[in-house]
Design a protein. Structure first.
Length: 301
């Protein structure tokens, strides 16, 4: 099967489950607490590996005890960690997350070693682009590194996929012309294009050079533009939403799995919706992602 090279963040998530978010100056008692593997890059790599997609991760962890947790979690899921190195200066990235009674989350991220994934790091790891077919990245490592990695991906003939999260202003429009598939959520789409109109926003991004835009719409599902029409594929219904942390990462893994299998965007979106539906029914991010064997693929029919 085609291999995916993932460049991105590696964090440890400290998650508190609360009835509601605290007000400024207020102390709340949480209902539950967990420490989980996180970081959008690591999450997406783990979600892909759990779907039996060969996956190699590029990134950095710290010199602290959290790095052992992160590396073992990736390796146990089947991710190739050959492209991960240890920082000698910074600790492993982390995230403080509140999850409310509706399963919605609020997140504060400390980048840590992820901030050291610089252009020199990308140059040192160019060899890993040789035997991959797809390149996946997000916005949790430095922008200059993302741009250089996208250039390497194109140089080596890889298909490129970007999750524009956390959303940021991108001054260098050359990035967009290097992206084959962009997968923003509704908020990120609006922030990137400064318009509320989904079709107009997609057209703006395509005018910048993006080949395809797949929009994640949470409980509504996801969709893309085809011949001037926005095609929406509804989310797969679940009995209870427990925690939406990492659901978007799980969706992206499902989408890539579908594209590798079928090369068909509608089918890939349906696979992504189905895959993400398993994630939101469990606590945590990476720990909630389904193995390929756990998914009821008959639901696609």
């Amino acid at each position: 099967m085609e291999k995916i090279l993932v460049l991105g963040s590696i964090n440890i998530d400290f998650v508190s489950f609360v009835s509601r978010y605290p007000r400024p100056g207020e102390t709340l008692v949480s209902n539950d607490f967990g420490i989980f593997q996180g970081g959008k890059g690591a999450n997406q790599a783990i979600a892909l590996a759990k779907l039996d997609v060969p996956t190699l991760m590029l990134g950095k962890v710290g010199k602290d005890i959290l790095s052992d947790f992160a590396l073992s979690s990736l390796q146990e899921s089947g991710v190739d960690t050959t492209g991960i190195s240890n920082s000698q200066k910074n600790s492993t990235g982390s995230a403080s997350i509140w999850v409310n009674a509706q399963g919605q989350n609020s997140i504060v991220i400390y980048p840590g070693a992820n901030g050291e994934v610089d252009e020199d790091f990308i140059i040192q790891h160019e060899k890993f682009f040789d035997d991959a077919s797809w390149f996946l990245t997000q916005f949790e490592v430095p922008l200059k590194s993302i741009l250089l990695a996208l250039k390497f991906a194109k140089k080596h003939g890889l298909k490129t996929v970007m999750d524009p999260a956390p959303v940021r202003e991108v001054g260098n429009n050359h990035i967009w012309e290097l992206v084959d598939y962009l997968l923003p959520n509704e908020i990120e789409l609006r922030e990137l294009t400064h318009t509320e109109n989904t079709l107009k926003a997609i057209h703006i991004l395509k005018s910048r050079g993006v080949k395809e835009v797949i929009v994640k719409l949470g409980k509504q599902g996801a969709g893309y533009e085809d011949k001037g029409t926005f095609n929406l594929f509804p989310a797969v219904p679940v009995e209870q939403v427990v925690d939406t942390t990492g659901a978007g990462d799980c969706f992206i893994a499902g989408f890539l799995h579908g594209m590798i299998q079928q090369r068909d965007i509608p089918r890939a979106i349906k696979i992504a919706n189905l895959t993400a539906s398993y994630s939101i029914q469990k606590k945590g991010a990476a720990i909630s992602f389904p193995n390929k064997s756990e998914i009821d693929w008959k639901k696609l029919e």
